[in-house]
Design a protein around this ligand. Structure first.
Ligand code: NDP
Length: 339
């Protein structure tokens, strides 16, 4: 079984060679004797998510512990059960949960796995549209943004895993929605595929404040914040009175000890803006409702979904690193095996 390990902790942007594919030796395709109630899974798909970068630092003060250098890095996986000594799982089940970047993982706390019913929905979508990123969009938009019909919504990193769903939920809610993204191809996708009212390439805007003023002459009610830095600063100047900012990400600030490019925080006071950070896992009581709602929207053709599929565990590190330069078009997933 092969695995992708972190070589050593880093305190800069991740590079492909910070990770290494190593041969973990032969795997007996059974849960070992004495392992207790456990599940042996084979990986079909792995999810690349920006928060994983934080786990590459030797920092223990976050909501999730760092990876262990030399061990398989962890992330959300979509797997087939090969063997189980846990009464809740049987060989052949499809499950998703926190697993390792390796061909096979022994899961000793199977309670954290979620069984997936196979259906017309592609299995990998359970790592995005119907998984953690989709859920982030759902709770962030409904629970944190508290949207009202007709409001003006701005989404950054809008073509990514979370952003594409936020924009479509906002449209379904009757809002006016603009997204920003880092290439013209992504901007086209936002307008043509995801139905945003307008979209722009932030890398081609010399003055973000002026750009936002152009798209929102009357101001922004809701900002779904994914990138931080100068974009957040420009948004603050363009917010309306009593606006809401859901702080989901700040991907441009990951790994920095202090945020950069923010000068306009006083707008929070003068415009009575509600700005709130959130972590999707604090809202898991809403997960089943989310799956029902989004599945229905998807089957009704009201929500579409774009994923960026990389083939092969060995190509996982490059796919992950690509998140931080915007290489991914849509949700980044790695296909480890198709059977
Ligand atoms: P995406 O699929 O959107 O991929 C990341 C994208 O971020 C890139 O494609 C790129 O898009 C953009 N980006 C990368 N670096 C920068 C930068 N320096 N400045 C501006 N944009 C950048 O990722 P996700 O949808 O999975 O995640 C989006 C955000 O949501 C992240 O910040 C993530 O950490 C956060 N998140 C938060 C959760 C929570 O519970 N709070 C849960 C899940 C995600 P482009 O080409 O447009 O620049």
């Amino acid at each position: 079984s092969r695995k992708v390990v972190l070589r050593a902790y880093i305190d800069r942007a991740p590079r492909e060679d910070d990770m290494e594919l190593v041969d973990g030796g032969d795997v007996a395709l059974r849960v070992p004797e004495g392992a207790g109630p456990a599940v042996l899974v084979k990986h079909l798909y792995l999810s690349c998510d920006p928060y994983m970068r934080g786990r590459m630092r030797d920092f223990h003060g976050s909501y999730i512990p760092p990876f262990k250098p030399g061990s398989a890095i962890e992330g959300f996986g979509l797997c087939r059960v090969v063997d189980s000594t846990h009464p809740g799982f049987s060989a052949g089940d499809i499950v998703s949960g926190m697993t390792g970047w390796e061909d096979y993982s022994l899961i000793t706390k199977p309670e954290q796995l979620r069984k997936i019913q196979q259906s017309d929905i592609p299995l990998s979508y359970h790592l995005g549209l119907l998984g953690m990123p989709g859920f982030t969009a759902y709770v962030g938009f409904y629970e944190i943004c508290l949207p009202k019909k007709g409001e003006f919504v701005f989404v950054s990193a809008a073509s990514g895993a979370v952003g594409q769903i936020v924009g479509q939920l906002a449209k379904l809610h009757g809002c006016y929605v603009v997204g920003s993204a880092g290439t013209d191809q992504k901007v086209e996708l936002l307008k043509e595929k995801f139905g945003f009212d307008a979209a722009f390439n932030y890398k081609e805007e010399p003055d973000l404040t002026a750009a936002l003023k152009r798209y929102f002459p009357d101001g922004i009610d809701i900002y779904f914040e994914n990138v931080g830095g100068p974009m957040l600063d420009a948004v603050l100047l363009n917010m309306r009175m009593h606006g809401r900012i859901a702080v989901c990400g700040m991907v441009s600030q990951h790994g920095l000890t202090a945020p950069i490019g923010i000068h306009n925080l006083y707008c929070l006071v003068s415009k009575r803006i509600h700005m709130k950070g959130f972590i999707q896992s604090d809202h898991l009581h809403l997960f089943l409702r989310f799956v029902e709602d989004i599945t229905k929207h998807y089957r009704d053709g009201k929500i579409v979904y774009v994923e960026d599929m990389t083939s092969g565990l060995e190509n996982g590190p490059a796919a992950f690193v690509g998140l931080f330069s915007g290489k991914n078009v849509g949700k980044q997933v790695v296909c480890v095996s198709q059977d």
